[in-house]
Design a protein around this ligand. Sequence first.
Ligand code: UDP
Ligand code: MG
Length: 330
Amino acid sequence: MSRPAPRLAVVVPCLDEAETLPFTDVRLRECLSRFMEDGLAAPESFILYVDDGSSDATWDVICGLSRASERVYGLKLASNAGHQQAIMAGMEEASARGCDGAVSIDADLQDDPEAIAGMLREYRCGTDIVFGVRRRRREGIFKKVTARAFYRFRDALGVRTVRDHADFRLLSARAMEALGRYRETNLFLRGIVPMLGYRQASVWYDRMPRRHGKSKYPIGKMLNFAADGITSFSVRPARMILVCGFFFMLIALAILVYSLVRYFTDHTIAGWTSTILSIWFCSGVLLLALGVVGEYLAKVYMEVKGRPRWQVEARTGVRRSGSGKDGAQR
Ligand code: UDP
Ligand code: MG
């Protein structure tokens, strides 16, 4: 193995997970201790819970866990910044606390924390990015089918992603630093991380159903996320509309020629049905085209504003490196 055992940060984004966290914490700490005993992670490794603007008692639970163990830290965002930004905020905090690598994992432990051992082995052999890939998905049929359709569509659009990988991954310190330079508001980590380069590998695990609490990705949020995942990486939809427009113009030209011929040969008046049909059809195509353009314009608008992507409200535990004033706040 070419690298020493890393000081690992396990970054856990949490939105309204008060019910889940006590179970998650026991499991994660138990795994982390084992990794330390096996010489896979350094003794200074830690868990960082990022409270993404929860409205339940999540932050109180995190403070309690942080008081109970010196290996647990908490970061509270001032408002809900979203799953992807919560992970970014956690990674940034983990870097500021001087870790050599960080694993991001969901609070519901649908992703198997045991797989982190494999990630650490890869890291120690010199890999900078290790993706957790789902071998079998024990989820509802709806989630499975929508996920598959989404991956297919993205493939067709030429967006590079690791199939069946969500946000369970290990990044080395330098990969995190590279990631930190992507300051996008419309963040889709699954698309960005493979673009970072460096040595990449995958480990496989079985995805479990959620045991406690509810999914924080209702259908609306899921669709938004999927749209972000496509429009943030590919301009092909806009181009497809352009090609469609060209094609429809050709059809219109053909219809024009046809009607002229009919007019001069047998004086027939064009039917009402075809007129109405074409009006509706063309309006539909136009609205669709406008929608796609609007979607991209909205993305540009959000990026151009360059708003801060999250705001830190509080943190637990003293930062060992980074700016001195960031001490314990609770
Ligand atoms: N999450 C978050 N902010 C959000 C939505 C979700 O931090 O705005 C967290 C959530 O607490 C969980 C993870 O992101 O730890 C994944 O969410 P969830 O398990 O609900 O998604 P699903 O597995 O159903 O796709
Ligand atoms: Mg989940």
